[in-house]
Design a binder for this molecule. Structure first.
Ligand code: NAD
Length: 495
């Protein structure tokens, strides 16, 4: 066992060796001693190992978080003081910006440019919630008759966060910044496919002054460490980001001990493009919304709904764009990187094969860079269209760089198609006319709707979450402070 203050080397091209979990302020291995090999998606090579934490490790981490909550200074400290520590963490993240970016790019396979953007957002998470920590007052309630009643926002206690691999930095910040600002303590179960930056962030948190036991990070397989965390009776609140299927399992486990949950699940987000929209302005934004992180984002704009009269023009413009896109290794200057692993690559390629077999036309296809390793998990970007709305490609989340183009006749049909999947996470509406823009934005059942835009540089300030199968509860923005706390009402009878 070593102390977490001991620095671990940054990412580069050399193997990183072994990284440890952070439990109760210390770097530790799994109790059983088991390890997981981390593959770099760009070449399929093992470049690090992490502990394969299990039940016993989760027990220790939850016990540390429980102690830190029940006996430690964190929930008792003036909120402004918690804010100061989180602000210091934000500054430390900024100081270690390049190190964290390199780590994430290598771990996830995303381009270094994209990883740098994620780390900027991470720093912003801690900054935003640092400033909000002391601004979460309650209300007074007019009871009369000699009573005074008032409400307070109180932390839940121990928060368990189960996060995915697609943006470990953003996911760590999105969950821990508001949870810690409200005075909770935490155990994060980071994803087995990419989690090195989450471990590093927990070390930086200790350096910033977050007390030991307040932010613990356990690594391990979902069915082992994840299941143990969601079933743990000392976990008071769970935030889960991942697939709807695993979300169901986590909710069932949480229900057994009545822990409240936030679920951030998948999406099949539509971009609704009317004929009058500014095509030139839309092309880079709509393209980025499906290729960023190789399409492995929950809020990927994976359906492009186009008004029939503009179909030919829009197809030609996007075909030209997609035919010029190149995917390649994370450290090169490419449009996007590899997928996370061979399983995800195979899954996406099978979606593409089935769509072809079912006769859905391919409108464009980008390239894999010639210098990319054949052992990397690359999939070139592809556009299919017209995609039948009731087909697999029209309804299911692919989680890869695959855009489905679908024509619509009028506003009513656009809304029907947009709402015609089980999901409701994000949407974009593209038109110069304010009437349809707002009507469609109101009619689409989705947690966020952008008009002539998609994404807002991380959107830390903007409440985020799903309708329908995309989940429930909200993260980001001031609303996250509400979800990561609960209401206490104090009533005084003063006669
Ligand atoms: P996943 O559900 O397989 O894994 C997510 C996390 O859950 C990982 O940490 C994993 O170890 C853990 N897990 C797996 N099985 C578990 C179990 N039985 N009990 C407890 N934990 C378990 O998802 P994924 O493949 O990592 O990510 C892809 C999915 O996540 C997509 O559907 C995507 O849309 C969604 N996602 C959603 C958001 C959002 O904010 N809405 C963000 C990113 C990804």
């Amino acid at each position: 066992m070593t102390t977490a203050a001991q620095k671990q080397p940054a990412a580069g091209t050399e193997p990183l060796g072994h990284r440890q979990m952070i439990v109760d302020g210390r770097q530790v291995d799994a109790a059983a001693g088991a390890r997981i090999e981390m593959l770099c998606p760009s070449d399929g090579e093992v470049f690090a190992t992490i502990p394969r934490g299990g039940q016993e490790d989760v027990e220790k981490a939850v016990a540390a978080a429980r102690r830190a909550f029940d006996e430690g200074p964190w929930p008792r400290m003036p909120p402004a003081e918690r804010g100061r520590i989180l602000m210091k963490l934000s500054a430390l993240v900024a100081e270690h910006h390049e190190e964290l970016s390199q780590l994430d790019a290598r771990d996830v396979g995303k381009t270094i440019k994209s990883a740098r953007g994620d780390v900027t957002v991470l720093s912003r998470y801690y900054e935003f919630y640092a400033g909000a920590a002391d601004k979460t007052g309650g209300a007074t309630i007019p009871l009369g008759n000699g009573f005074t009643a008032m409400t307070f926002r109180e932390p839940h206690g121990v928060v368990g966060a189960i996060i995915p691999w697609n943006s470990p930095t953003q996911m760590t910040g999105r969950t821990s910044a508001p949870a810690l600002a409200m005075g909770n303590t935490m155990v994060i179960k980071a994803a087995e496919d990419a989690c090195l930056s989450a471990l590093r962030i927990a070390e930086l948190a200790l350096e910033a002054g977050v007390p030991p036991g307040v932010l613990n990070v356990v690594t391990g397989i979902g069915e082992e460490a994840g299941a143990a965390l969601s079933a743990h009776r000392d976990v008071d609140f769970i935030t889960f980001t991942g697939s709807p299927e695993v979300g169901t399992l986590v909710q069932k486990a949480a229900a057994d001990h009545h822990a409240a949950v936030t679920m951030e699940l998948g999406g099949k987000s539509p971009q609704i493009f009317f004929a009058d929209a500014d095509l030139e302005a839309a092309i880079p934004v709509i393209t980025n919304a499906i290729i960023v992180n190789s399409g492995q984002t929950c809020v990927a704009g994976s359906r492009l709904l186009v008004e029939e009269s503009a179909w030919d023009n829009v197809v030609a413009a996007f075909a030209a764009k997609f035919n010029s896109l190149v995917t390649g290794p994370h450290d090169g200057d490419f449009d996007f990187g590899a997928l996370i692993n061979a399983k995800q690559q195979g899954r996406v390629l099978r979606f593409i094969e089935r769509a072809k077999t079912n006769g859905i036309p391919i409108l464009a296809e980008g390239k894999i860079a010639p210098e990319a390793s054949p052992a990397g998990f690359f999939v070139p970007p592809v556009i299919f269209g017209p995609v039948p709305t009731d087909s697999e490609l029209g309804r299911e989340e692919v989680f890869g760089p695959v855009l489905s183009m679908i024509p619509f006749k009028d506003e009513a049909e656009a809304i029907r198609i947009a709402n015609g999947t089980d999901y409701g996470l994000g949407a974009g509406v593209w038109t110069k006319d304010g009437g349809p823009a707002l009507r469609v934005a109101h009619a689409v059942r989705s947690g966020q709707v952008y008009i002539n835009a998609f994404g807002a540089g991380g959107g830390v300030e903007l409440p985020f979450g799903g309708f329908k199968k995309s989940g429930h509860g909200r993260e980001k923005g001031l609303e996250a402070l509400h979800d990561f706390s609960t209401t206490k009402t104090i009533i005084i009878n003063h006669g």
